[in-house]
Unconditional design. Structure first.
Ligand code: CA
Length: 233
């Protein structure tokens, strides 16, 4: 199999060097771009496997790069941002980013995100090929056609909203979904009190799904941002 090709979009040379050195020593191939315009050009001409994208670029906002790439491709985008504000991450995720890393990040963290994204990619490809209507993750099984879910072959008794939530998370396994994305998909709108209800439904879903709701395995909380279903190996 070919080594994965990563497009590194970063204008800060020390950070860019850290990333490319890490990629080189871990058997990845890479391309670099120091601004948004080059990033879009490189992405469209080389079709990389994953894009690592800094949000603060000299010529345009990284969110614009996401918007441009998403108009023609679903290739995974991991946002790298020095800004710790949740609103920037949320904006990038809502524009179509798959995941995010906040600067300063460790090499291990970077590699873990890349591996998680690769797992998600191969899962999505296998899923498309098999056109399966059953989702399996660890002990969880969701039968989309039958409209039911099982844990350890025991049927979960879910309310319609809990079931919709579980399907939305499982169909986007590995991806961080923002509160706005989830509430719009579940209720068709996103009001302040919908986010509050989402927390309540998420808590009841977790009680049924997680063996230990206090240390969840399946659904990860991103405080102030949203939720993600973890892919269980
Ligand atoms: Ca920057």
């Amino acid at each position: 199999m070919n080594k994965p090709l990563i497009l590194v979009v970063e204008d800060d040379p020390p950070v860019r060097n850290l990333i490319t050195t890490t990629l080189k020593t871990n058997d990845y191939r890479y391309l670099v771009a120091a601004n948004g315009e080059t990033a879009i050009l490189e992405a469209s001409s080389h079709n990389p496997d994953i894009v690592l994208l800094d949000l603060g670029l000299p010529d345009m906002d990284g969110v614009e790069v996401i918007g441009n790439v998403r108009s023609w491709s679903n290739l995974p985008i991991i946002v790298i941002s020095a800004r710790s504000e949740d609103s920037d991450k949320i904006e990038a995720l809502d524009a179509g980013a798959d995941d995010y890393l906040t600067k300063p990040f460790s090499v291990d963290e970077l590699l873990a995100r890349l591996r998680a994204t690769q797992r998600r990619l191969s899962y999505m490809t296998a899923e498309m090929l098999s056109a399966s209507s059953v989702f399996v993750n660890g002990k969880l099984r969701v039968d989309y056609a039958g409209g039911c879910a099982y844990l350890d072959s025991r049927e979960l008794h879910l309310t319609p909203i809990e079931y919709k939530l579980l399907c939305l998370l499982s169909k986007n396994v590995g991806k961080v979904l923002t509160h706005t994305f989830i509430t719009q998909n579940i209720w068709g709108r996103s009001w302040e009190n919908d986010v509050a209800s989402l927390r309540v439904f998420m808590a009841t879903l977790r009680k049924k799904l997680e063996p230990e709701p206090d240390s969840p395995q399946y659904i990860q909380t991103h405080i102030g941002v949203g939720y993600r279903m973890m892919r269980i190996e």
